[in-house]
Write a protein that binds this ligand. Structure first.
Ligand SMILES: [Cu+2]
Length: 149
């Protein structure tokens, strides 16, 4: 396919006009710039962000255990028609996670509300450690997040 395209292009070039070396070099540079500075970072960003997205369904959390680095954000998305409420262990105190600044029950790692379908809760992890999470509305649904330095 690529060869055919190249062949057609070269036939076109030979019959219609003769591109200068400068034009060819510039067009390849433009392609490489687009590839390295736009497409590759975009793909890496997509991979990186999807890694820290956790779905909640009627079977529980989509991941049991994930590792993140300090400062990274994990996002929970409710993909169920029933409401789900991700929060720090332990149920019902929610006080395992040490940050309390804007928490509603025991720590700041708490959605503080039942998430409706497609509603999201993002949380930036600044405390290193191993943190248990549960669904406050279905406490049998659990997962663990390990925060590395
Ligand atoms: Cu709870």
């Amino acid at each position: 396919m690529l060869e055919l395209t190249e062949y057609r292009l070269s036939t076109f070039y030979n019959n219609q006009f003769k591109p200068t070396i400068n034009w060819l070099v510039t067009s390849w540079i433009v392609r490489l710039v687009i590839l390295f500075y736009i497409l590759i970072p975009l793909i890496l960003y997509q991979l990186e962000s999807s890694k820290f997205e956790i779905y909640i369904t009627n079977n529980g959390f989509s991941k049991d255990y994930i590792k993140v680095h300090r400062g990274q954000t994990v996002t929970w998305v409710n993909k169920d028609n029933n409401m789900h409420w991700p929060a720090s262990d332990f149920h019902p105190s929610h006080n395992l996670y040490p940050t309390r600044d804007r928490g509603c029950i025991g720590s700041s790692l708490d959605a503080c509300v039942g998430l409706k379908f497609n509603q999201r809760f993002g949380y930036r992890f600044d405390s290193i450690g191993v943190w248990g999470i549960h669904d406050h509305l279905s406490p049998g649904f659990t997962m663990t997040i390990e925060v590395l330095p």
